[in-house]
Design a protein around this ligand. Structure first.
Ligand code: IPM
Ligand code: MN
Length: 715
């Protein structure tokens, strides 16, 4: 393929940071693209009173596409103040560089896709297509009403203020402008598989221009009979975009309405940190994130670079590199769904460059772990009447199959709650397991809730009903009509046999999420879960393995500091779990890389003195099978406690004492200061450990430390 020329205009503020962070993706994708850089924006204005220097126009003319970071725009007065002295008062007018690009290059269609990436709510996929050259941005904006139009304007407030103390902005809509806009919108809908085009306007107030636009729309739409179209008031659109984005496809609007709706659509998508845009016309095209230059954020390496990645993807589509564009979109989505550390707007503290590196790494290595979420349903679980055993089992099962279990939610038997819970995960994880509420009674509503969350009807499954009848009669149970509900499934679901009970499970996939629904009783749940995975390959990523250290006598902070220093490559994935008296430290990582192996080894070496085991066992478990062993103490009460440990009282003798004595501590109940534990093996040096004397469970510490001393003694 012929090399394409792309002009990069980083512009102002965070525009520069997101460009720097995201552009290496082009190298990772190995595309025949040549980059050139140019100047635009506030710095140019401050230097020469022009936001787009001639040199930049020349560069645009010889490029195939332009990628813009962001630009700073300020109000009229502020802009004039920041001009160099020799240019002040010389009539230089600040015109936003993006408006110049759009108008001078005839880029009349501003496309701002907004689609579901992650989070609450139903998946949606829409695009705001904003008119880019006329409307309220046409430039007819006056303070002091020009004489030529005064005769048109009669208004009681003008009578009170006078023409000089009034301002006016005109909304221009032309047949030429509207026709090409609507044509573009319908063509875009056809190309991207959208079934509906909605024109957001305000015809109930702007009656004549509204009726005119409607006429133009009708005549263009007549050429696209397969696409549904409608006109809605822009205020109502704002409401619906926020509440029901899944109902829309293409939303087309006048410049200003489109400006406002596209920020809203960006918010619905998850924030302006995600929202990309493209400006198309007859000649070239330019691409930019919807977010601005965010001066207050500049220099902090903090902004979310995703919108820039997605804008680059739009540019690659335009240049004919559709596969590469799709790779970027998938990588952004996967990273946002699965990364343990995102940028501040997602509640994380990853920097711009760190998140960008994760996205690029996803493209290069393409080995993200599959993710799963679990919903267990039942009022009885929420009431604490039962241990939520299914959660433990499902979670262990899935992890064994290689899934990363990202979230768990316990939900009541309420249809609306289950519906909401399912909606939360569909589209956001690879697998959603729902367990409970499949039986025949009135509190079993899971099948209906799942169907409604996925907007599917439930259908009666005759085969499944036969199966239920057979099973019930084989158990000598009377079949009644009520049992029939167990043979209803969301349309398109595949049923899964339940060898331990009656109600079958089912599975179906929507928006890239498999929803696997299991019965609640633990035995039945296991049977169906196993059946569901019977013929599947494990998704375990070969290189990922678990490394763990069970530590005694250290604090979380100490170890955290040490690991961050010794093993920066894996530090972020390390988990610390405090299980008194142990600190369990573990990490699941790709240990095929030499750098990681080295760092794991360094951690292991420096933790050696505190490591009781590497396999999760604690010291008293590890000596469980020991018989010939005797525990003694000068403190009768401690000696009694030590008898709970393995040992037949006739082997080698270990003396365990504490300062203060355990019996004193327990009888006075005074817990403060430290407890020194002394353990003397038959040969070798005495070992001493001091721990905070926090409560009566320090006795556990004493027992574990004593066991560990036995384990590590010379004899
Ligand atoms: C946008 C921006 C611009 C606009 C500004 C910076 C002139 O808000 O691209 O949406 O209003 O079009
Ligand atoms: Mn805007």
């Amino acid at each position: 393929m012929k090399t394409k020329k792309v002009l990069i205009l980083p512009g102002d503020g965070i525009g520069r940071e997101v460009c720097d962070a995201a552009l290496p993706v082009l190298t990772a994708l190995n595309l025949p693209i040549e980059l050139e850089y140019g100047d635009i924006g506030w710095e140019c204005w401050k230097k020469e009173g022009d936001t787009v220097p001639q040199d930049t126009w020349d560069k645009i003319a010889r490029s195939d596409a332009v990628l813009l970071g962001a630009i700073t725009s300020k109000g009229k007065k502020q802009a004039e103040k920041e001009l160099p002295e020799h240019l002040q008062g010389t009539g230089h007018k600040f015109v936003s560089p993006v408006i110049q690009l759009r108008q001078k290059l005839g880029l009349f269609a501003n496309v701002r896709p907004s689609y579901y990436i992650s989070g609450q709510g139903k998946p949606f996929n829409m695009a705001v297509i904003r008119e880019n050259t006329e409307g309220l941005y046409a430039g007819f904006d006056y303070h002091g009403i020009p004489e030529q139009i005064q005769s048109l304007l009669s208004h009681p407030n003008i009578d009170k203020s006078g023409f000089d103390n009034s301002a006016i902005t005109l909304r221009l809509q032309t047949k030429f402008g509207l026709t090409r806009l609507f044509k573009f919108a319908f063509e875009y809908a056809v190309k991207h598989g959208h079934k509906r085009v909605t024109f957001a306007d305000k015809p109930n107030v702007m009656r004549d221009s509204g009726a005119f636009a409607e006429e133009v729309l009708d005549s263009v739409a007549a050429n696209y009979p397969e696409i549904e179209y409608d006109i809605q008031n822009v205020d109502a659109m704002a409401l619906w975009l926020a509440t029901r984005p899944e109902q829309f496809g293409v939303i087309v609007a006048e410049n200003m309405f489109g400006d406002i709706l596209s920020d809203l659509a960006g918010g619905v998508m998850g924030g302006l940190g995600l929202a990309p845009s493209a400006n198309y016309g007859e000649g070239t095209a330019y691409f930019e994130p919807v977010h601005g230059s965010a001066p207050s954020m500049y220099g902090k390496n903090k902004a979310n670079p995703s919108a820039m990645f997605l804008s680059i993807a739009l540019m690659l589509d335009y240049l004919g590199f559709e596969d590469a564009a799709e790779k970027i979109r998938v990588a952004v989505q996967e990273t946002i769904r699965k990364s343990k550390n995102l940028t501040y707007d997602f509640g994380g503290d990853a920097s711009t460059s760190e998140l960008a590196a994760q996205i690029i790494d996803n493209i290069e290595n393409n080995k993200q772990q599959l993710s799963a979420a679990i919903i267990t349903v039942g009022d009885e679980l929420l009431a604490g009447e039962y241990h939520n055993t299914n959660l433990k089992e499902i979670s262990e099962f899935l992890q064994d199959k290689g899934y990363h279990v990202a979230e768990h939610l316990v939900c009541s038997d309420q249809k609306s709650m289950i519906n909401r819970a399912v909606n939360k995960y569909v589209g956001a994880v690879d697998l959603l397991v729902v367990s409970g509420g499949l039986g025949p009674t009135s509190d079993d509503v899971t099948r209906y809730a799942v169907a409604s969350a996925l907007s599917l009807p439930v259908e009666f499954n005759e085969q499944s009903w036969q199966h239920i009848c057979n099973r019930m009669s084989s158990f000598k149970l009377e079949v009644c009509d009520k049992d029939k509900v167990q043979a209803y499934f969301p349309q398109g679901a595949t049923t899964i046999a339940n060898s331990a009970g009656i109600a079958q499970g089912f599975t179906l996939t929507r928006h890239n999420t498999e929803v696997l629904v299991l019965p609640g009783p633990p035995k039945e749940m296991s049977a169906v879960l196993n059946k569901a995975f019977e013929n599947r390959q494990s998704n375990r990523i070969a290189q990922h393995s678990k490394h763990q250290w069970k530590l005694l006598g250290v604090t979380e902070t100490q170890i955290n500091v040490l690991i961050e220093k010794l093993a920066p490559a894996i530090a972020k994935q390390v988990k610390y779990i405090w299980r008194y008296p142990y600190l369990n430290v573990s990490v699941n990582c790709d240990d095929s890389q030499p750098e990681v192996i080295e760092q794991l080894q360094a951690v292991t070496n420096s933790l050696e003195a505190f490591t009781v085991s590497r396999n999760g066992l604690n010291a008293s478990q590890m000596i469980e099978a020991t018989e010939a062993l005797c525990w003694k103490s000068d403190d009768v009460q401690l000696e009694e406690l030590l008898q709970q440990l393995p040992g037949n009282g006739i082997g080698p003798t270990y003396y365990v004492n504490t300062i203060p004595a355990i019996s004193d501590v327990l009888s006075t109940g005074s817990f403060d200061g430290t407890l020194e534990i002394h353990v003397q093996a038959p040969d070798g040096e005495p070992r001493v450990l001091a721990i905070p004397l926090r409560d009566e469970y320090v006795t556990e510490y004493v027992k574990e430390f004593a066991s560990w001393c036995y384990l590590t003694s010379e004899s």
